[in-house]
Design a protein around this ligand. Structure first.
Ligand code: NDP
Length: 390
């Protein structure tokens, strides 16, 4: 029997919700990318319940405990005295969400002698040292596709929030004012702006499809151009370099994974090439942008706005400069953990566990590291620090 260590975000400060605004969540038949939804044999939760926090336990408690396994669920993840550090030594499986990541550093992996499987309940496994996991034979899997549309919708919202100066305008209302000139002195139409996407994968492409009806010219940059018919459908212009994209666009939304090739891609030099008054939205990973370069660009006016939901570390300290920098519309890391998304990635996590314990293969598209190397979706999304690809 195994020990499963599950790190989830804390419960709401006022306790678990007695009631939700809606009954259940809207159902979908398949993912927009064409992929199929998770297919666990059974689930022990009602879609629409809060599952991503400690009391929600991803709906796994009954399943794991009746199977004789030990489930430890905690949000206490930092420092040598944390529950996570204490319980890690004999855990076979670690489950963590990018929203409240249990960082599996090389050091921690070295101490996790029994660890065999690290599951990301969501998408993005950069909180795991993938080189070290590969070297130690730890399988890394995530629930590919589960929250792509959740993120694409959030990015579309944040683009509009920045360009239309939504949050400051809303604040004038809640403060009792009606200061129209104050609101509109930073407000523009998105119409006519050149919009660029870094990483036109599942999320980036979904965002482009949502932005096309706004009539904006679309641009994108990634290592491989899109299929010609998809690029034609979107009228999207391919840029072979991020510099060329930066110079052409008024708005850039970032949707590539964090790996050595994208770390601090948006630094002083690249942001300096953008037009004065550009906007960046980053719902991918914080470290794709140089933290202090973003602050400098907002203060100096090179950027008119920055938004996103990803930070480093997570949670960020109270004095993290992105909390107080000007012209930002940041949220905590919430885009991929709507109640709709939670139901999907909780079911996907259950599917992965059922496969693991029954000795059945985990779906190829869920794999990041397997058999000591990049595998499945990991092979196309990530590079290892050694430069090795699967
Ligand atoms: P996909 O793998 O479908 O797409 C990623 C895209 O990034 C690919 O098209 C890839 O294309 C491109 N890419 C990879 N490396 C580079 C590079 N060096 N420069 C430019 N483009 C690159 O992933 P998803 O769309 O599903 O997810 C993307 C990321 O979004 C995740 O890795 C995760 O970090 C983040 N995410 C955030 C969430 C949130 O809640 N905020 C939730 C879900 C995901 P190519 O290989 O051609 O370069």
């Amino acid at each position: 029997m195994s020990k499963i260590l599950c790190v989830l975000y804390p419960d709401p400060v006022d306790g678990f919700p007695p009631r939700y605004p809606r009954d259940g969540v809207p159902t979908i038949d398949r993912y927009e990318s064409g992929g199929t939804l998770p297919t666990p044999q059974h689930i022990d939760f009602r879609p629409g319940e809060l599952l991503g926090c400690v009391s929600g336990s991803l709906g796994l408690g009954r399943f794991l405990e009746t199977s004789g396994h030990t489930l430890v669920v905690t949000s206490d993840k930092e420092g040598p005295d944390s529950v996570f550090e204490r319980e890690l030594a004999d855990a076979e499986v670690v489950i963590s969400q990018p929203f409240w990541p249990a960082y599996l550093t090389a050091d921690r992996l070295a101490r996790a002698k029994k660890l065999r499987l690290a599951i990301t309940a969501g998408i993005g496994s950069d909180h795991v040292d993938l080189d070290e996991a590969a070297a130690r034979g730890v399988t890394v899997a995530e629930v590919t596709d589960s929250n792509c549309i959740s993120v694409a919708e959030h990015a579309a919202m944040q683009i509009l929030a920045l360009v239309r100066n939504f949050l400051p305008s809303h604040e004038w209302i809640t403060r009792g004012g009606w200061n129209i000139a104050d609101c509109v002195s930073r407000a523009y139409d998105l119409e006519g702006m050149q919009v660029g996407i870094v990483g036109a994968g599942r999320i980036g492409l979904a965002l482009m499809r949502r932005l096309k009806p706004f009539g904006v010219p679309l641009h994108y940059m990634q290592r491989h151009p899109l299929q010609p018919e998809v690029a034609r459908e979107l009228g999207a212009k391919f840029h072979p370099s991020v510099e060329s994209l930066a110079e052409a666009c008024d708005v850039i939304s970032i949707h590539c994974p964090l790996h050595p090739g994208t770390l601090r891609m948006f630094n002083d030099e690249l942001i300096g090439r953008m037009k004065r008054g550009s906007y960046i939205v980053n719902t991918a990973r914080a470290e794709i942008c140089d933290r202090d370069a973003v602050v400098r660009a907002l203060e100096g006016g090179r950027l008119a706005g920055y938004a996103g939901d990803v930070w480093f570390p997570q949670p960020p300290p109270p004095d993290h400069p992105w909390r107080t920098m000007p012209h930002q519309a940041m949220t905590p890391h919430v885009s991929g953990t709507t109640l709709s998304a939670q139901a999907r990635y909780a079911a996907g996590t259950r599917e992965i566990l059922e496969c693991w314990f029954e000795g059945r293969p985990i779906r190829e598209e869920y794999l990041i590291i397997d058999g000591g190397k990049l595998a499945g979706v990991g092979a196309s999304s990530y590079t290892l620090a050694t430069g090795a690809r699967a």
